[in-house]
Design a protein around this ligand. Structure first.
Ligand code: NZQ
Ligand code: ZN
Length: 383
């Protein structure tokens, strides 16, 4: 086990009907109520939140319309509104896109320059408005981590930020709020949470990590099983609860504590697919991840290829690398997640452009072994 510091200050309030308690936590504040397009109005979450805010005398101004794969121009508009209205908190009601937008607003609020400077490492994040969350879609774990990903639509860069001041103060996780998540986004959320777990599992430089491997393997199995149940019954409370908690734990720092250095190469490539073609994050990963595993399975000396049989045995009951990758692809396809670029209408002729975009993030993240050529070869296995 490698040395580590594990710190996570987000208070999780988990369970049925907990949405009604959000106003208690915001007592005395004036908040920016941020949400997406229409889902929370249709499923009643908006009414529950507003009722709770009113009951507790919480003042709020609304900003809505965050799109999936959220964009910088929206963040700029929201920062202006937050300053004009002199809010002192941000309340995000939604999935990863809304929470990430809220984080960018929270830190941009105090910064005199362009908030994009934080994403390009031109400036360091300091203070941020306190952030509160009512989660409506389980996938990203943004509700319990300090990261955010925004697309600069002018430069076609999907880049991230991270800072201690960006951990949400409170996140309400009510599995009932996810009953209306459609099958497509349930599948993408499952893939996203699985790949969060597996990026660390396969790329970590410490080999002897039985606790962490056990966490990951259990959570991957839980995600597979609960997704199957949800696909048959959207309002299966226990399945939605298992799924939700697994997705949160998948990227809150727990599973990688003690594993040493690890990277996010699949996210690096996936973000370029979303930056260039606006495809859902989970769909980008279900295409990239099996191709990435296939690419590394050939390199027998690497930790990645050596760990594939352990993963295959634990999850699918097979040890052969090819069979393991095939089983994973079959699972992704069975829940409606694509495993080939052609399934999302991205032509093989675009590989060079995609790899060129991904290299920008490879440089930012120090993943310099992922040259344009390597990325093209990986994507070539997923055409
Ligand atoms: O806009 P509305 O109408 O609300 O619809 C949303 C949206 O279309 C819908 N939805 C959300 N809750 C629902 C619901 N529909 C019905 N019932 C509900 N209860 O779902 C659609 C997708 O929402 P979105 O927030 O985009 O999904 P997700 O949570 O997967 O977030 C994806 C974004 O998070 C980033 C991704 O890159 C992507 O931009 N990520 C953030 C991370 C982080 N901060 O730690 C890590 C991840 O790796 C990821 O990069
Ligand atoms: Zn992800």
């Amino acid at each position: 086990m490698k040395s580590f510091v594990f710190y996570n200050p987000t208070k999780i309030v988990f369970g049925k009907d907990k949405t009604k308690s959000i106003g208690n936590y915001l007592h005395g504040k004036k908040c920016l109520l941020l949400y997406g397009k229409e889902s929370i109005k249709k499923n009643g979450i908006y009414n529950s939140v507003v009722e709770s805010l009113n009951k507790n005398g919480v003042m709020f101004v609304e900003k809505y319309g965050v799109k999936s794969n959220p964009i910088l121009s929206f963040v700029h508009e929201a920062i202006e509104l937050a300053r004009k209205e002199k809010v002192d908190a941000v309340l995000a009601v939604g999935g990863g896109s809304v929470i990430d937008t809220a984080k960018a607003i929270a830190c941009g609020f105090y910064y005199q320059g362009d908030v994009w400077d934080y994403f390009t490492d031109k400036a360091k994040i300091g203070d941020a408005l306190p952030l509160y969350v009512v989660l409506t879609l389980a996938a990203t774990a943004s509700e319990m981590n300090n990261g955010a990903v925004i697309t600069n639509e002018k430069t076609q860069q999907k880049f991230n930020i991270g800072a201690e001041s960006l951990y949400p103060k409170i996140s309400i996780l009510d599995p009932v709020n996810t009953f209306t998540v459609p099958k497509t986004y349930t599948a993408y959320g499952c893939v996203d949470a699985m790949v969060h777990l597996l990026e660390g599992y396969f790329t970590q430089d410490e080999i002897d990590t039985s606790i962490q491997d056990g966490f990951v393997e259990t959570m991957v199995k839980t995600l597979i099983e609960s997704t199957g149940k949800i696909m048959n019954k959207a309002d299966d409370f226990n399945a939605r609860a298992d799924f939700m908690w697994a997705a949160t734990l998948a990227l809150n720092g727990l599973t990688t504590a003690g594993t040493g250095n690890h990277g996010f190469p699949n996210h690096m490539i996936g973000h370029s697919l979303s930056a260039l073609y606006d495809i859902p994050h989970g769909a980008s990963l279900s295409i990239v991840f099996p191709a990435w595993l296939m690419y590394h399975a050939k390199e027998k000396s690497q930790n990645i290829s050596q760990k594939i049989p352990k993963f295959g045995k634990a999850i699918f009951g097979v040890e052969d690398p090819q069979k393991t990758i095939e089983s994973l692809k079959q699972f992704f396809n069975s829940i409606g997640a694509p495993t080939r670029l052609s399934q999302v209408d991205i032509p093989a002729a675009d590989l060079d452009q995609i790899a060129g975009n991904a290299v920008m993030l490879a440089n930012k993240w120090g993943l310099t072994e992922y040259t344009k050529g390597v990325i093209t070869d990986i994507l070539g296995l997923g055409t």
